[in-house]
Design a protein. Structure first.
Lengths: 805, 165
């Protein structure tokens, strides 16, 4: 495959698998995650009493016994917190707002909603006290599922709203309905994702400390988006943003779910202010499994195809279950509108229409989980295209070829107005077919029982992921409020000639300390050992959007390039003056500025820095400002699409229903690859999360709205025994719009894996041609799909299939 | 339930240490907050994720499923025992070489499980490696780089019989 190097970034470090700078201390056990931080003197611990009902009125709260318990300093309820904080408000349509009180006052709307908070001198005593609080509830009827929420007479969560649909967005290319009427073939079905738990290995938490004299709040927080959390906490507490500081410790994963500012943070900050004592809270794992949810989707999708298998149009009605309250940054609309935005994926779709809706239900509020809507969009499109191929007697690969955006089609502006400027879809497909020997397998093994009795299947999934969006796109998507779309970098060279980089993006494990050091070291001509990427601290990093939506390399990288360019240019000017040459003749490398072609004529970067800070023997050149630093922002002018083809082979045990993933391939194009090990790590990790989503994970609720999986024994995630070798190759088609040519890479592994695995399972069972539209494909579910009763092993009656014409 | 404080005296990473604990204090919390060895992490507190894995009397153990008082008089090893001041252990080096950690939260427990395996068996098969670390959950890496790192360490142990993992 071609590896084109973008002229903006190439050097000693970028593009190579530099071992991670952050690894040594993490390996030694010297990481500083939230619960590892030295605790401030006088610290209190918090614990939350949570509603055991999905929907109820709070009649009374009895605190006496709990207040008398050992070590308890105070207990607060929602009514008390309402005096110290503003509720969080989410717009609902043009007129209304949903108000979320930081702790429930008279009504709870999901199991787990905070009702009271204990403040005590040890976390163990907090738990003791929580058990002594007495709350009297009057249970109310609850609405749990999407289907229920869509019914007009379902129990309403909000008396002021006409129903439980809180967001609707429509879009239609004129003529779409007519095109569907006239189309030779239509295929449709409803594709659902089970709600998932993120299961970052570290749960959420914070330490809050308030300086009463200065009126300043300091939060050490696992927040994925520190500037957003700073704004939200400031607003909730009536503080000015400059008086709120968020310091990021090491964070143990997020996958999108720590982007939400949950009420516990606001409550904790308010208590710290009220008491003048620092407070700490770390969510426990049962809370995490009951509360940190995402991807509760139901997408009805219809495609119109002509006799050659070419897409005429796509129409869809995606519905997203928000849970009880819409959350920022997800808002009421991000996932649903995201489905509208992403459904077309890598395909040319002339006619396009959707009506996207979000509903509230008496379940935990959901946030955007890695991939947002795209995994289920890809699931729907790949499934329907395969059905169309089957119905028309077309090869499933050929139907993709006839519809994928090709290089000849560029630039291709899709039906929602986003332009594809790169398209290696065909190249990724061809290489994935070759790597995986897909065609031979399909000819010889698909759906056949092997010697071990297992049925094997393969599938490919073509996908494009929308990455690196800037302000123009966030505004168009209605997301701009405090999630603007640009990011910033402050690059400083100290008087001793070493550099520090301060980014508006916090890290949750993606390798920022390495990747951005690679870029800075190359541009500044320093050894990577002399460049440090600092942890996020809102007191010292530029304002920005933060990591997420696969934009770190694009937006952060662009900001680093711009800031380093300015610093490097100044270093070259100073060096040129010291060496009496022109700045264009200066090369920066290995800590030295030298004349191009004349290595002996050189000056150390340390000496340049001393000159810039006016502490060295040489004079500063005329017209230069003191110091050696630059702060720059990068706003990607458009989004950029990464694309990939995934290929998967699975084996199905007909006796137990167990699905094993045996081979997995990803051919991926994220433009300029900054560190291949890190990019591959992102893709592989996302694929394995997808193995979990497809085969084993579901955050289920009982009919009464009780979360069923509250331990890791009930909510299994993949282990080392569940994962095959994952072969990853790259095609580098640099973006033509981003500075540096990077495209995003953090989520696309999560997108292709869902269709690849589910369609591989269908292929394994191709004798019966099941149409699989839900997950997880647990062993008992698989036995049902195979027409067997999971308990008795006897045959089940035929189940109806999706609507086709 | 008695809340009286008990002195727990034990050997940690070869050093004698002691501190007070109430009877119900988890060993994981004791190591982290009484001894201030925060490399051992608590991921679930119900024995499912393995982030809290330490060695107790030479065997891997989930420190969230033990009370500190149960470790009185025992020798325990934590992740802080693997490296010396100057250099990482071969296993830790291979974790870095193979990008076997991303957020790093599961890593100490993963290292302790892998270290226990390699101390017992210097040439494990891939299947043995995967089974041994199946009780250590990781959400970031997808595990294969961890397996490769352990295999690379095993190769180094094969090449040098004196080498410790």
């Amino acid at each position: 495959m071609s590896h084109t190097k973008h002229p903006a970034i190439q050097g000693r470090y970028v593009g190579t698998a530099v071992p991670r700078r952050e690894d040594e201390r993490l390996l030694r056990g010297l990481g500083r995650y939230l619960d590892d931080l030295p605790e401030p003197g006088g610290l209190f611990y918090l614990g939350f009493l949570r509603s055991p009902h999905a929907h109820a009125r709070i009649q009374s709260i009895g605190l006496d016994a709990a207040l008398a318990a050992s070590g308890v300093h105070a207990i607060y309820t929602g009514a008390m917190l309402a005096q110290w904080t503003s509720p969080m408000a989410t717009p609902v349509g043009a007129q209304a707002q949903l108000l979320r009180h930081n702790m429930a006052i008279d009504r709870v709307r999901y199991v787990g909603e905070p009702v009271a908070v204990v403040v005590a001198s040890s976390p163990y005593l907090v738990e003791d006290a929580l058990e002594l609080i007495e709350v009297d509830y009057e249970a109310l009827p609850a609405t749990i599922s999407i289907d229920q929420a869509l019914q007009a007479d379902s129990p309403r969560l909000y008396d002021d709203l006409p129903g439980n649909v809180v967001f609707e967005a429509r879009h239609a290319v004129p003529g779409t309905d007519a095109a569907f009427e006239q189309a030779a073939h239509r295929f449709s079905d409803t594709f659902s994702s089970s709600r998932l738990c993120g299961v970052a290995m570290e749960t959420r938490g914070f330490v809050a400390s308030f300086d009463k004299g200065q009126g300043k709040l300091t939060l050490w927080s696992t927040a994925h988006l520190p500037h957003k959390e700073r704004w939200e906490v400031a607003q909730a507490l009536g503080l000015q943003e400059k008086n709120v500081r968020i310091i990021s410790p090491d964070v143990g994963g997020s996958f999108g779910l720590k982007t939400v500012t949950h009420p516990e943070v606001v409550v904790g900050a308010a208590i710290a202010r009220h008491l003048g004592r620092p407070v700490k809270w770390q969510q426990d794992r049962p809370e995490d499994l009951a509360l940190m949810h995402g991807r509760d989707f139901q997408f009805h999708v219809e495609i119109a195809i002509d006799d050659q298998g070419v897409l005429i149009g796509v129409r869809h009605n995606p519905v997203v279950n928000l849970g009880a309250y819409p959350l920022w940054v997800t808002t009421a609309g991000l996932d649903a509108a995201g489905a509208g935005h992403h459904m077309m994926g890598p395909y040319k779709v002339p006619y396009y229409a959707y009506c996207a809706r979000s509903v509230v239900t008496n379940t935990a509020p959901t946030a955007s989980y890695r991939g947002v809507a795209a995994p289920i969009c890809a699931f729907a499109m790949e499934s329907l295209l395969e059905r169309a191929a089957d119905s028309l007697g077309l090869d499933p690969i050929e139907i993709r070829r006839r519809n994928l955006i090709r290089r000849e089609d560029l630039p291709y502006t899709n039906a929602v107005g986003v332009t594809h400027d790169t398209a290696s879809n065909i190249e990724c497909l061809d290489r994935a077919l070759e790597l995986s020997s897909y065609l031979d397998f399909r000819a010889q093994q698909s759906g056949q029982p092997g010697e071990d009795g297992k049925f094997r299947g393969m599938a490919i999934a073509c996908m494009a992921d929308h990455t690196g969006q800037g302000t123009s796109v966030t505004r168009a998507r209605g997301q701009a409020s405090r999630w603007p779309g640009y990011d910033g970098a402050l690059v400083k060279i100290e008087p001793d000639g070493k550099a520090s980089v301060h980014l508006s993006l916090a890290s949750q494990g993606q390798g920022h300390a390495t990747v951005f050091a690679q870029m800075a070291a190359d541009q500044l001509g320093l050894r990577i050992e002399d460049v440090t990427v600092e942890a996020s601290d809102t007191a010292s990093v530029p304002f920005g959007t933060g990591a997420g939506a696969s934009r770190g390399a694009v937006a952060g990288g662009g900001a680093v390039i711009k800031a380093c360019t300015r610093v490097a240019d100044k270093m070259k000017r100073i060096a040129a003056t010291l060496l009496e040459v022109s700045p264009e003749d200066i090369i920066l490398s290995e800590g030295t500025a030298s004349v191009n072609g004349v290595a002996e004529m050189s000056v150390s970067i340390e000496k340049i820095a001393q000159t810039a800070y006016m502490i060295g023997p040489s004079n500063m050149p005329q017209g230069e400002s003191i110091g050696l630093d630059a702060m720059e922002f990068y706003d990607p002018p458009s989004s950029s699409y990464s694309m990939a083809c995934h290929a998967a082979q699975v084996a199905v045990d007909p006796a137990t229903g167990l699905v094993t993933v045996e081979r997995y391939y990803v051919v991926h194009d994220c433009g300029r690859v900054l560190n291949p090990q890190i990019v591959d790590g992102q893709i592989a990790g996302a694929v394995v999360q997808g193995i979990g989503a497809v085969l084993m994970e579901a955050a289920r609720y009982s009919d009464e709205g009780q979360p069923i999986a509250t331990t890791l024994l009930d909510y299994p995630i993949p282990t080392a025994m569940d994962v095959p070798e994952i072969v990853i190759e790259h095609i580098e088609t640099p973006s033509t719009v981003t500075l540096g040519g990077m495209k995003g890479a953090g989520e696309s592994g999560a997108v292709g894996v869902v269709p690849a695995l589910i369609l591989a399972v269908s292929d394994a069972l191709s004798a019966s041609r099941p149409r699989i539209t839900t997950m997880p494909l647990t062993p008992s579910r698989m036995l049902e799909i195979m027409g067997l009763d999971p308990v008795t092993g006897q045959g089940l009656p035929q189940t109806p299939v999706g609507v086709d014409r | 339930m008695s809340n009286e404080m008990i002195t727990v005296a034990l050997t940690v990473n070869g050093q004698p240490m002691s501190a007070q604990a109430e009877p119900r204090m988890l060993l994981a919390d004791f190591i982290r907050h009484r001894l201030r060895l925060t490399g051992t992490h608590v991921g679930c507190a119900h024995g499912a994720c393995g982030a809290c894995t330490v060695q107790v009397e030479g065997e891997p153990a989930r420190s969230c499923l033990m009370f500190a008082v149960q470790a009185d008089g025992c020798a325990i090893e934590t992740v802080e025992s693997l490296a010396d001041d100057d250099s990482l252990s071969p296993l830790q080096e291979e974790f870095r070489n193979h990008h076997a950690l991303q957020c790093g939260f599961c890593t100490p427990g993963m290292l302790m499980s892998a270290h226990a395996l390699l101390s017992r068996k210097r040439d494990p098969s891939e299947a043995e490696i995967r089974r041994e670390i199946a009780g250590n959950l990781c959400r970031c890496t997808g595990y294969n780089n961890i397996v490769k790192a352990i295999q690379a360490t095993a190769r180094r142990l094969q090449a040098d019989p004196e080498l410790k993992p």
